[in-house]
Every structure is written in structure tokens, then in C-alpha cells.
Design a protein around this ligand. Structure first.
Ligand code: PBG
Length: 329
């Protein structure tokens, strides 16, 4: 027998009240960002088959859902437009049409739910007839031609009143170019949420169904999104984006990349977002709907895991639901 008293870590787990006192991390509604899919005009919610429970919303419904998110304590929504095929092109000019769907919705949201932060996606895939985030020249994504387009898109969103623009395209040098363009038009308070470590992931499949934006014509996204085998490279991408003026950096997807969330937070100590993507959502729904897992408990555990890993904020399709059902203050 040892001559010191038994060490009993379980003492801290004996009662719920003690566990509550010593818990290191917790989820708050303010940590959550709700992504929404929106289409132009009016009409019914269009369910997304591979994301049961999620739908493309018309403009009025989007505003209503965003107001609901705000009421539940969620502080931000991220908008993803479903663009009509007739508006898609190779040069993607609809992406910076000041009268287009995204700027129109941003103006409405800022008028009707003024305190809610509106985040817009800066990338060309919803507007590209090839489903690529960049502009294709001679069969390749041309980085610098794409930058000119992204800059116009970001400036257009900021003019409409977007609180944050979120480049998700993974072109080199876009954050610096976007920051300069925003400042030049006086949008100095518009934040940049950079998708800095965005991996070429198979977990985006259901999202591409939602927007009908899967890459067409052979080329996938591996020439710009990151290789899932790389970790150090994520830190380099984050360093560049911070250097170029990113206010918040993002890691995406979420659960398979928790190590990256942790490393980015440890290395830089700056605001970090993580995106629990469509494929993660689909897995919780599939297993939950089959009765194979306790869906609610597993979702909450996964979201808490992001906080523990160092994320300050989480983009999740569960944001409003979780805030309403479990986190209401
Ligand atoms: C594209 C974009 C994607 C997602 C967000 N922005 C898909 C892609 O890169 O192909 C994925 C989000 C999700 O899967 O939930 N700019």
C-alpha cells in the first residue's frame, strides 16, 4: 500500500453540481453561426434530400428564419445562394451584380434584423457554369484572374451592408486584395472571415446537392483546396491570411480536423471559426433517424468538442435548433 491517500479524480464527478462547477468548456448560443440556403423570389421551402431537416428558403422565409436565429441567441447567419442556371456563366459576373440575390437579401436582413451579423460567401461556385470556385482559363483555375472577380464580389457584398465577407475559394492572395478593395471603398469596418484551412473534402457532398454546385467537367477542387494529409500547411495558410488582414480564420471541415483547430488556436491565439459541414450533418441525421445514436446528445457533444479544441465560433446547420432547444438563456 502506498503511504499517501488514494488519489480519487472521481471525487470531482460524484454529483452533477460538482461536475457543473469544474466543467472547463461550455457551448453558448453566441458561439454558433447558422448557414442558410436561399433562392430568389417567393415559394415553398425546398427540402435537401441529403440534408434531412434543411431546405432552400425563399427570400421571405430566409428573413423569418434569420430573425428566429437572432431570437434564439445566435449572433450570425452565413448566406449561400442557389443561383438559377440561366445566371451561371464562365466569367461569373452575376457574383457582383448589385441587384443580385445576395446583395438584395443582405439589404433586407440589415433592415429587418439589424443587429444580426450577416456573413456572405466569397467564392464563384454558385455562379460558375463549371461549378468551380475560380475562373477557368484553358482548363485550369486561373488564380489571378479569379482574384479580380472575388474582389468585385466582396466589394459588392460590403456595399449591400454585409458585416463579414467570407472568402471560401482558397485562391492565393485573396485576403489582402479583398481588404484593400474594401478599404478603398470605405468599407473599413467590414470584417474578413477567411476560410484559411479549407480541405479538399468529401464531406461537402450534400452542400453541393443543396446548391446544385458540384464541379462539372472533370476537374475537382484539389488544385486549390488543401490536401487532407497536411497539417503544417494549414498553419502557413493561416499565417498568410492573418498577415493579409483576416480578422477571423476558419478551419473546415470540423470533426476530422480538430487537430488543426487546436494547432491554429495554439499557434496564433486569434479568433478561430470551425465549420461543421454538410456531410457531418448528414451523418448525424442518418444515424439518428435510424435509431443508431442519440442524435441530440451526439450533436451537442460534437459541438462542445469544437469549443474544447479551441474554436471560438462554430458554423453549424444545428445552430438555431440547438440554441432554441438546449441553450436558451
Ligand atoms: C464553396 C463552399 C463549399 C462549402 C461552403 N462553401 C463547398 C465546396 O467547397 O465545394 C461547403 C459547406 C458544407 O459542406 O456544409 N465555396
Amino acid at each position: 500500500m502506498a503511504d499517501f491517500p488514494a488519489r480519487r479524480p472521481r471525487r470531482l464527478r460524484t454529483r452533477g453540481a460538482v461536475r457543473d462547477l469544474v466543467r472547463e468548456h461550455a457551448l453558448r448560443p453566441e458561439d454558433l453561426i447558422q448557414p442558410h440556403f436561399v433562392y430568389a423570389g417567393a415559394g415553398p421551402d425546398v427540402p435537401i434530400a441529403s440534408m434531412p431537416g434543411q431546405a432552400r428558403l425563399c427570400e421571405d422565409r430566409l428573413v423569418a428564419e434569420a430573425a428566429r436565429a437572432w431570437e434564439a441567441g445566435v449572433r450570425a447567419v452565413a448566406l449561400f445562394p442557389k443561383v438559377d442556371d440561366a445566371l451561371k456563366s464562365l466569367h461569373c459576373a452575376e457574383a457582383w451584380n448589385d441587384e443580385g440575390l445576395v446583395p438584395r437579401i443582405v439589404r433586407r436582413l440589415k433592415a429587418e434584423v439589424p443587429d444580426l451579423l450577416v456573413i456572405t460567401d466569397v467564392a464563384l461556385d454558385p455562379y460558375s457554369s463549371l461549378g468551380q470556385d475560380g475562373i477557368v482559363v484553358d482548363g485550369r483555375i486561373d488564380n489571378d484572374v479569379t482574384l479580380d472577380a472575388l474582389v468585385q464580389q466582396a466589394a459588392c457584398h460590403a456595399r449591400a451592408g454585409a458585416d463579414m465577407v467570407a472568402p471560401s475559394d482558397m485562391m492565393d492572395g485573396r485576403v489582402g486584395r479583398i481588404r484593400a478593395a474594401l478599404d478603398a471603398q470605405g468599407s473599413t469596418d467590414t470584417l474578413i472571415l477567411a476560410y484559411s484551412a479549407k480541405y479538399a473534402s468529401s464531406f461537402y457532398g450534400p452542400f453541393r446537392d443543396a446548391l446544385d454546385s458540384a464541379p462539372r467537367g472533370g476537374t475537382d477542387k484539389r488544385t486549390y483546396q488543401m490536401d487532407p494529409g497536411n497539417g503544417d500547411e494549414a498553419l502557413q495558410e493561416v499565417a498568410l491570411d492573418l498577415d493579409e488582414g483576416a480578422d477571423i480564420v476558419m478551419v473546415k471541415p470540423g470533426m476530422p480536423y480538430l487537430d488543426i483547430v487546436w494547432r491554429v488556436k495554439e499557434a496564433f491565439g486569434r479568433p478561430v471559426a470551425v465549420y461543421q459541414v454538410s456531410g457531418e450533418y448528414a451523418m448525424f441525421e442518418a444515424a439518428g433517424r435510424n435509431g443508431w445514436i442519440d442524435r441530440d446528445a451526439c450533436v451537442l457533444e460534437a459541438l462542445l468538442g469544437f469549443k474544447r479544441a479551441g474554436a471560438d465560433m462554430i458554423l453549424t446547420y444545428y445552430a438555431t435548433e440547438v440554441a432554441e432547444r438546449f441553450l436558451r438563456r
